[in-house]
Structure formats: structure tokens, C-alpha cells
Design a protein around this ligand. Structure first.
Ligand code: PLP
Length: 497
């Protein structure tokens, strides 16, 4: 098994190389040369294993250049009850006769990004050793909130790495800021940038590609790497929980082996739902992949028409992690669905960067219709859905999960499909306490973020995650605010190069 670039099928690298490199030189993304298969016997056997063993079994199929003990090291370091508040790592809750919620937020930062970012540091350091790049890995992250904190928690105190996170000074929520500025760990740095997310992102990109900085790092035995979701090392861990949830449904007697399920995913960058696509093509019996968007419904339109058009209004919504108009991981899907047509990919994504728009071939349009159902909802509908779930099913969910549930309800109304369905739940409601309380009519705008958490606990009866409770009394470790121009100096002086 090797990995090809979506923009040049002749490029072939090992999984370790794909993970260390992050992105291919000509701008393409790495994809597996074939999607490995899981037999029904293997799937059934997974149902009897604990999560870390399920993870190891799936990784073994994709990371064929890793030894068993390397995979064990990665899985055993990440998926423990020290890092997750349930030994099951994820929880599968029955919502209705046909719908199950797959809670992916039991990790240290209470969002699904922990599922990949808890293990990525180990995949990266192991890959660097395997490719004989025995350098210290320096991770730079520009974040609009969730990714920065999840990356900090993943990389903190991991030998052979250090991490610096930049966030826009007025662009993150109070809770997100508190989560980042109180970060502990010997190898971490957090800094606010004057400006918006794009300023932080562009500043980081500039250092990343600066030859002088790269040389300074190299002569000190260091190299930059990226923790963002175009890295195969972030995608592979996400395939596992879809495989795992199917095995779990069979083991619990909710479905019979071979029965198809639907999978619903609240989508932004298309990473999480693409992982579900890979799980399907590994052999998990899937009927429809249901792609749920908020008011930024560029993916809904694309999946329904085959025309991708980012030239549209950008909405700031109550599900901010899905406020995205360019979904990078779509490139991987289109590569597979077009029969690995690298020249078509170059054409479409060239058009996307030049004029913000492209249209796929009829062949790909048919394939999209076959695999996906797509829908969206606005903030009002999202809140109604939170209230509905709270009142009718005594289930408290966050804003992103509510988007998925609403789109699923619309799908059922439209199609009458009663296929058992797994809905990905991507954040703890406590991460968005204000919006959730607003939805159930219990918001108090005189209260700070921690008081809101207490009110939500009283209303929902759901235990507050330890990591959110502990935040209240933590000391602020980082209070630097710099301009974009100061970014390079900040990085080099922090690293001492
Ligand atoms: C990142 C994120 C998403 C979107 O996931 P993608 O992989 O970018 O599609 C959805 N919900 C939450 C809470 C997130 O943090």
C-alpha cells in the first residue's frame, strides 16, 4: 500500500512519508492507492474488542509500513482513559428506534478533533523516525478555536515535538480563549494575533514557506510540520470510529451483520464525512452518507448540482466550526469518484483558486448522487432542533450536532427511509453552553461562561466534563498579543534559533 497525490498520480510515497510531508509538493493531497477491505468476519471480531484494538486493526490496513509495535505505541499512548472520560473512547447512544448518536467528544477538549489530534503526535514522531528525519517537529497552528486547543492537548509534553498556536485576538469565544491561554505543558506556546483568523492563517503560512526560517530550524535539528486536516494522519484515525460504531451495533444486537446503515455528519472541511466514505468503501455496509451543513451551504449545493461555487455570502453562525466556504478534503473524494483522474482534479481546483467555482463531470455527478444526501439548516432551525431533542428525547446536544439531527429529520420526512442511522455528534454541549441555553429558553445574558455551564448542568443533568470544570481555577500562562509582522521573531525567539 502506498499513497498518491491527487494532483499527480505518479507520485507515490509510504504512509510515513505522507504523514511527515502533510501535503504533496505540487499542492495535491495524499490518498491511499487502494482502499483496503474489511471482511464481515473481521468486522464482527472488532465488535468484541476494546476501542484501542479496533483502532490498531484499522491502522494496520492503512499504515502498512508501520510495524505492529509502532501501531501499538501510537494507539496505546492516545486512546486511554487518562485522555478520554470514557474507557469506550466514544459512546453510541440510542436516540429513536432508528437513530443512534455517536458521541465523539469524550476527549480532553470536548470536541471530535481530539479523536485524531490525540494520536497525530505519535503518528508524526513515529513517521519522522521511520523516514530517518530524526528532527524535532515544530507544529505551527493558526486556529479559529477548536483545532488549536485540540492540537495543544495532543502535542503537550510529547517528546520530540513542540507546538505554537496563534489565534485572532477577538475571534474566539471566551471559553475557547480560556482553554488556550491556560494551556500547560513544557513544549507549548500560545499567542494572540491582532487581526482576524485570515491574518493569523496568512502569517503562519508565510513562516511555513520562508526558506530562511526553514534553514535556521534545520541547522538546529528542527523541522516544521502541520496538524491541519489535510494531513492523512488526521483522516485515518477518523475512519476508525465509523467502523467501530458498526461493529458495536452488531455486537449489541441492534442490527444484523450485513444490514446497511446511514451515517449523518455535520460538515465543514469535509474531513469527518470523508472518513465515513472510506469506512464505507472498506466494507462497512452503508446506504447513504448524509452531509449536513449550516447556512454556509456550499456543500449542499455542490452535492445536489455538481457545481461548487464559493462566491457567496459568508455567514457567522452558532455552529462556527462549520463556517467554511472551501472544504479542502473534497479534493480527495473527487479524486476517488473520478477514477483517480489527476488532470481533472488539477483543472477543477485550479478554477476554484482562480474564480472560486468549478463544475464536475456528469460521471462524477452521478456518483455523488449515489453516495450522498445533502441538506442544511439555519440558526433558527438549529435551535428548534436542540429544543426538540431536549423536550422530546431528554437529550442535550451542541449546535453542530443539532444541524446533523435536523438534516436527518428532513431526510426521513422526504424519503421515508427507516434504515438504522448513526449521527456523528462532534462537540459537547458544554462547549457552546450559551447557544444551547438560548435554544431551550434558559439563557441569562448577565452570566459569564462558567455560570452558564452551571445552569446547563442543572437543566440537563449531564455531568460537566472535568476539563471544563478545571478551567475556572487555572492560571493564565499566555497573554502575549502581537502583530502579524512580529510573528516570525516570536517563533524564532521562542524556539531559540
Ligand atoms: C471541525 C468541526 C466540525 C467540522 O468537521 P470537518 O471535518 O471540518 O467537516 C464539526 N463540528 C465540530 C464541533 C468541529 O469542531
Amino acid at each position: 500500500m502506498f499513497y498518491r497525490s491527487t494532483r499527480n498520480s505518479d507520485i507515490k510515497v509510504s504512509s510515513a512519508q505522507a504523514i511527515v510531508q502533510g501535503i504533496s509538493k505540487e499542492g495535491g493531497l495524499f490518498v491511499p492507492s487502494e482502499i483496503p477491505k474489511l471482511s464481515q468476519d473481521e468486522l464482527a471480531a472488532l465488535g468484541k474488542m476494546p476501542y484501542p484494538e479496533r483502532a490498531a486493526a484499522v491502522f494496520k490496513k492503512f499504515l502498512t509500513d508501520f510495524t505492529d509495535s509502532e501501531i501499538q505505541h501510537c494507539v496505546g499512548s492516545a486512546y486511554t482513559d487518562k485522555n478520554f472520560d470514557t474507557a469506550n473512547i466514544t459512546e453510541l447512544k440510542k436516540l429513536t428506534d432508528s437513530a443512534y448518536v455517536l458521541e465523539l467528544w469524550h476527549g480532553p477538549t470536548c470536541a471530535f478533533k481530539d479523536m485524531a489530534l490525540q494520536i497525530l503526535p505519535y503518528l508524526l514522531t513515529t513517521s519522522a523516525k521511520k523516514t530517518e528525519l530524526d528532527k524535532k517537529i515544530v507544529i505551527l497552528v493558526a486556529t479559529s478555536g477548536d483545532t488549536g486547543k485540540a492540537a495543544l492537548e495532543g502535542f503537550k509534553d510529547v517528546d520530540g515535538t513542540s507546538i505554537i498556536v496563534f489565534y485572532p485576538v477577538d475571534g474566539v469565544s471566551a471559553m475557547q480563549k480560556k482553554q488556550m491561554t491556560t494551556q500547560e505543558g513544557k513544549n507549548v506556546g500560545v499567542c494572540a494575533i491582532k487581526g482576524n483568523f485570515d491574518d493569523a492563517q496568512n502569517g503562519v503560512k508565510k513562516i511555513f514557506t520562508d526558506k530562511n526560517v526553514a534553514e535556521k530550524l534545520a541547522s538546529n535539528g528542527m523541522m516544521f510540520s502541520s496538524a491541519n486536516s489535510i494531513n492523512w494522519g488526521r483522516l485515518a484515525p477518523q475512519i476508525i470510529y465509523y467502523v467501530s460504531s458498526y461493529a458495536q451495533l452488531v455486537a449489541n444486537g441492534e442490527i444484523n451483520m450485513g444490514d446497511k446503515i446511514n451515517i449523518v455528519v455535520p460538515t465543514g472541511n469535509f474531513g469527518n464525512i470523508l472518513a465515513a466514505f472510506y469506512a464505507k468503501h472498506m466494507g462497512v455496509p452503508v446506504n447513504k452518507l448524509i452531509c449536513a451543513s449550516n447556512a454556509n451551504n456550499v456543500l449542499t449545493d455542490f452535492l445536489n448540482t455538481g457545481v461548487y461555487d464559493r462566491n457567496r455570502h459568508f455567514y457567522t453562525t452558532i455552529s462556527p466550526s462549520m463556517d467554511i466556504l472551501i472544504s479542502s478534503n473534497l479534493e480527495r473524494l473527487l479524486y476517488h469518484l473520478s477514477g483517480e483522474d489527476d488532470s481533472a482534479i488539477k483543472d477543477w481546483f485550479g478554477k476554484l483558486s482562480q474564480c472560486g467555482k468549478y463544475e464536475v463531470s456528469d460521471f462524477v455527478k452521478d456518483a455523488l448522487k449515489d453516495e450522498f444526501y445533502a441538506g442544511f439548516c439555519d440558526d433558527t432551525q438549529t435551535k428548534e432542533c436542540i429544543k426538540d431533542l431536549f423536550d422530546k428525547y431528554s437529550y442535550t446536544c451542541d449546535t453542530h450536532t443539532a444541524v446533523a439531527v435536523k438534516v436527518y429529520m428532513d431526510y426521513v420526512k422526504e424519503t421515508g427511509d427507516t434504515t438504522k442511522t448513526v449521527i456523528a455528534s462532534t462537540a459537547s454541549p458544554y462547549k457552546f453552553s450559551g447557544s444551547v441555553l438560548d435554544a431551550i429558553g434558559a439563557y441569562d445574558d448577565s452570566k459569564d461562561e462558567f455560570a452558564l455551564v452551571d445552569i446547563l448542568e442543572e437543566k440537563s443533568g449531564l455531568p460537566v466534563p472535568q476539563s471544563i470544570k478545571a478551567l475556572k481555577d487555572k492560571d493564565i500562562m499566555f497573554s502575549d498579543v502581537i502583530s502579524r509582522e512580529e510573528l516570525e521573531n516570536y517563533v524564532t525567539s521562542l524556539l531559540g534559533v
